[in-house]
Design a protein around this ligand. Sequence first.
Ligand SMILES: Nc1ncnc2c1ncn2[C@@H]1O[C@H](COP(=O)(O)OP(=O)(O)O)[C@@H](O)[C@H]1O
Ligand code: SF4
Ligand SMILES: [Mg+2]
Length: 324
Amino acid sequence: MAPVLAAQGLSVAISTRDGRTVTPVRNISLALDAGETLAIVGESGCGKTMTCLALSGLLPRRAQVTATSLTLAGEDLATLDRRRAREVRRQRLAVVFQDATNGLNPVKSVGWQVAEAVRLRAGGSRAAASAEAQRLIGRVGLPDPARIMRAYPHQLSGGMNQRAMIALAVAGNPDVLVADEATTALDVTVQAQILTLIAELQREVGMGVVFVTHDLGIVAQIADRVAVMYAGRIVESGPVGEIFAAPRHPYTAGLIASLPRIDRRERDLSVIEGQVPPIDAMPDGCAFAPRCQRAADDCRRTSPPLARLGGVHAACLHPLREMA
Ligand SMILES: Nc1ncnc2c1ncn2[C@@H]1O[C@H](COP(=O)(O)OP(=O)(O)O)[C@@H](O)[C@H]1O
Ligand code: SF4
Ligand SMILES: [Mg+2]
């Protein structure tokens, strides 16, 4: 079965005002099957949002998105003209960001907007779309769906608008949902509700999900596979169980080690020292070297390629042993 979303060699280059070019996403490849959840994790500034924007076709024109191939639901977006590519994405792919309030139209009721999204993707009558919209608004945990249907975005709180945006995103069953920290700002109960809804839609209609988060705890709960991003590259990827049980890249190991655990005292909490390098000052060789305890001379000269190691792929010259 062909993946529902696949990118090969995806890069984003942006020309800065002072005439330089920065590359927040560098040659990444990913594939998502129907019904599957791929989590993209990494610290702030690693290029996760840029990746989502590139996949969704939402970057401004001055950002150059290049890819060897980029397919969505069987269509090769790289070979389509801009307009047709936008059309395919609108039908097949939905995206929700952390602060999605801007994604709602301020002069249309929430119900109208969700119903339009249902009609756009699934067709059908206005009445049927409206009924489906109301059902979805209930499923994202918004109280009194009939009232919310008639409400305008400014009449709802930020958290309610975020839930409305999620209803809008999944309306009409897109093939792919890209959720970029979409539930991060919601309280844990609402977050759990949304995650349940997403899981149900995955089972019911085979929706594939790209779930971007810095919260590894959620990844362990919901993801099938994980891609770890560092400084614009995927540095490790593989099935969630294998990555958590035996990370091969020191950055992944550091992220997992800094997860709070009940059986660990606070003073034992390890965090990765240092910071993600600024995009306009990438070190030569491995970008993680300045923070890596395993770094050797060759790491500062050679940029490690992503290579297969057992069941995962990792970009490291001195990877951790399998049963470290
Ligand atoms: N408009 C922009 N122009 C140039 N660089 C940008 C722009 N927006 C973000 N960046 C840089 O791109 C990199 C990746 O950012 P982003 O994708 O937002 O990271 P993440 O979502 O992982 O936190 C960061 O170094 C950020 O500073
Ligand atoms: S390549 Fe070297 S510096 Fe980079 S993560 Fe691996 S050991 Fe650390
Ligand atoms: Mg981001």
